[in-house]
Ligand binder design. Sequence first.
Ligand SMILES: [Zn+2]
Length: 459
Amino acid sequence: MRKTTFFALLLLSGTTIFAQNKDEQRLKEIYNASLTNSKCYAWLDYLSNDIGSRLSGSASAEKAVQYTRTEMEKLGFDKVYLQEVMVPKWVRGEKETAYILDGKVKVTVPICALGGSIATNKNGLTAEVVEVKSFDELTALGAAKVKGKIVFYNRPMDNAQIESFHAYSGAVDQRYAGAQKAAELGAVGTIVRSMNLRLDDFPHTGAQSYGDLPKSQYIPTAAISTNGAELLSKKLAANPSLKFFFKQSCQQFDDVLSYNVVGEIKGSETPNNIMVVGGHLDSWDLADGSHDDGAGVVQSMEVVNIFKNLGYKPKNTIRVVLFMNEENGLRGGKKYEELAQANNENHIFALESDSGGFSPRGFSLECNEANFNKITGFSKLFEPYLIHSFVEGHSGSDIGPLTSKNIVKAGLKPDSQRYFDYHHAANDKFDAVDKRELELGAATMASLMYLIDQNGILK
Ligand SMILES: [Zn+2]
């Protein structure tokens, strides 16, 4: 080897090692800052305990817009602004009631209307029940056995799945399209087993759609707790002609004006390259939405708080985006993309946190192979923080609509084992979120934002 080549190589590897040490050091500072000097837990406290549930179109969703805007203004962004977006407004109304009518015995069970459902008539609905575990089973029964009855969907989430989101995707068709499919065969209502791996007494709400059914064919639909589902199934086996009663008074109103909240720091070197970090500001109405997605909102804001605390000036433009209406319409995510296109913006990276505030484990990535390899190349830097899972997969619903060429999308992947204990249920409250776990998630997000900001993405 010629001497000059040797020195050039030495210099090159020296630079790489220097860069690596610098990144290692930076990540340490980021985690330190988050674990010792973060604001995210206090923000979540206010969002959960002072504002509460934030269903699109509600007064509390509007309060959350104003609160996060004010808090972001205090953080020293270059600008904080609102993006107008029309959102659906659905209101639950009075608390639902339900019971199993087995001969003369009434057994009360916990239910909640699914988002977007119509009401029963005001005296409630009573009918015989037909239990199915799939749409195939429903189709096989046919209209003759379904007409005039309540269809009870009772396929549990699969306990054998390690990643609980996979168990969720394997069961959620019953909640989302169950009413439409049952109505097509003449059913008068549907009851859906809650999307929950655990047996407990919380009914879990969530979005449902009547698809392209004419309005006159809409039927009321509700979720029943997993314990309630087990009980109903057992009683049905003993007495197939038992009846089920439920009553709900939910209502769909006209769309109302709401907002995405955006905070922006202009990039110091390539300001036309935009990096988004965000979560969704709306939540279901049964609780405070502390995990879904209060956690993602405050973690995204914390990313900038960490950068400010470290005096880090990003090369690219960074936007914290708090999306409105992920749960029952995704209007915020769609509006953000519509404006990005209209303004000819170039997004190079988007990171969403919408899988709960639990201990972070890694990232779920949507990008080309070259960028996937580049990001998994950072994995060694994350090892001290027990971040090890870099997988290809769904990043986030709100960043889903983004279409910039070459964009890399990522979702924070926290430990998912307990997420569906709380998801869309009345126990998704502040005390279900652990402060350190929340902060570790924010630090993990800030670390990836930093690494992408420094290293860019590949075309
Ligand atoms: Zn969510």
